[in-house]
Write a protein that binds this ligand. Sequence first.
Ligand SMILES: [Fe+2]
Ligand SMILES: [Fe+2]
Length: 473
Amino acid sequence: MSIPSVDLNAKIPNNVGLADDPKVRRALEHWQPKYLEWWRDMGPSDFAEDQVYLRTAISVDTDGWAHYDHVKMPDYRWGIFLTPRDREMLIHVGDETGKPAWEEVPGEHRNALRRIVVTQADTEPASVEQQRLLGHLAPSLYDMRSLFQVNVEEGRHLWAMVYLLHKYFGRDGRDEADELLQRRSGDPDKPRILGAFNQPCDHWLSFFAFTMFTDRDGKYQLAALRESAFDPLARSCDFMLTEEAFHLFVGETGLERIIKRSAELERLDPNGDIRNQGGIDFETIQRAINYWFTYCLDLFGGEISSNAANYFGAGLKGRFKEAQRYTDHRVIEDHYRLTVVEEGALKEVDIPLRNAMNEVLRDDYIKDCERALRKWNRLLEAMGSSTRLTLPSRRFHRHQGLYAAHAFNPAGDLVSADEFERRRDEWLLSPADNEYLRSIMVRVREPGKFANWIAPPAKGIGGQDLDFAYVRA
Ligand SMILES: [Fe+2]
Ligand SMILES: [Fe+2]
C-alpha cells in the first residue's frame, strides 16, 4: 500500500496525492475561494489583519506534526491530512468483521455514509460561526490565540470532510460541500443541522463550556468514526483527533481557571459575594455546565435507535476504542439496561445492545465529563471553598431522545412542565446571566495580563512564556 508524502507547497497542502488526482484537485480548488469567502464573512470578526501565533499541521507524524508561527488567519494553510496506513486494514466492527476495509463507498451504504460525513462536517463551520465575536471579549492574548487556533482547526476539519465528499460522493458530494458554506448557525431559515450548533455562544464562559462539552462530543463522534469500515473516513477522523485534543484542553483548563479565580474572589469578598468582586459566581458556572452539557447529550442521538444498530452492524461506526476495549465486535446477543418513562414513572428495561449504541457512546462521554468535574471539585476543596459542582442527570433539559417528551429536574426526577419553566433560570444559563457575563468581559490587550474573572494558565503555549505577544495587531 503506497502512502503519498506530505505536499506542503501545493495550493492545498495534503498527503492524499492531490497532485496526481486532477479531477478532485480541480474540484477542491474551485471550492477553495468559496471557503475563503465564507471565512471572511463568518470567521472571527475583525481580526483578519492580526498576526496570530498559530500552529499549522505540516506532517502526520505523531511528534512534530505542527509548526508554530505568527500568521494572519486568512493566510492559514488549511490542508487535507489523513493518518497513513502501512498495512491493509480489516473491518473490525459489525457483521463484516474480518473482511478488508473499504477504499471506496459501497453502493448500499452510500446514503448513510454521506449523511454521517455531512453531519460531522456541518458542526465544523457552525462552531466558527458561533464563536465569531468572542475575540472582542478575550480575557488575554493567550486566550485569544487559543480561540483563533480552535477556529482555524475547525476550518481544517471542514476541509477534511469536504475532501471526502468531493473524492467519494460525486455530484451529490460536491453539492453537499457547497451547502456546508450556505447554512448559518442560528439562522431560522437555513440553520446548522444539530441543535447545540445553533445556540448562541457569545461570551467566554460559554466558549469554555462549549470547548469542554461540545468539542468533547466531537471527540467521541470522531472516535466512533475512526473505527469505520470506510477507511478514508477512519483515517481522516484519526488525524482530526490529534487537533481536537487541544480544543478539549482549552475548554477544560479554561473552566478550571474560572473556578480557581472565583474561589479566590469568594475568599477576598467580606460576604463571599463573587459577583460583587466582578467575578463569575458558582451558581452561574453551574448553570453554564447544565446548559451546555445537556445540549451536547442530545448530539449522541436517540437512546433506542435502529439507525445506530444499522450503522454498527454495517461497520459504518464503532464504539469508543472498539479495537482495544472490546473482544466481541459483532454484538448479536447482548442487552443494555435503559431507564425509560412509563405511565409517569421511571422504569428500567433491557434493549438489544446494538440499538443502544448511541447510549453506549454517551456513557463514555459522561464518564469523561465526570472525571473533569471531580478534578474541579478537588481544586475547590484545596482552595477552601465549600462549593461542589455537579453534572446534571442525562434526563434533564433534553431536546432529543426519549427524555425530551418529559420534564426533569437536574437530579433526574420527573417534574411538571410548569415547575421546569418556573425554575428554568435557576437551572440554566439565563438571558440575565448572559448579560452580566458580557458586562464583565472586556478585552485585555496587554501581553501577560489577564481579566479579573479568570486565573492565568499554568504556562504558556508553543514553547512561549505567558507574557508573549500571542496576537499582534
Ligand atoms: Fe472539529
Ligand atoms: Fe474541535
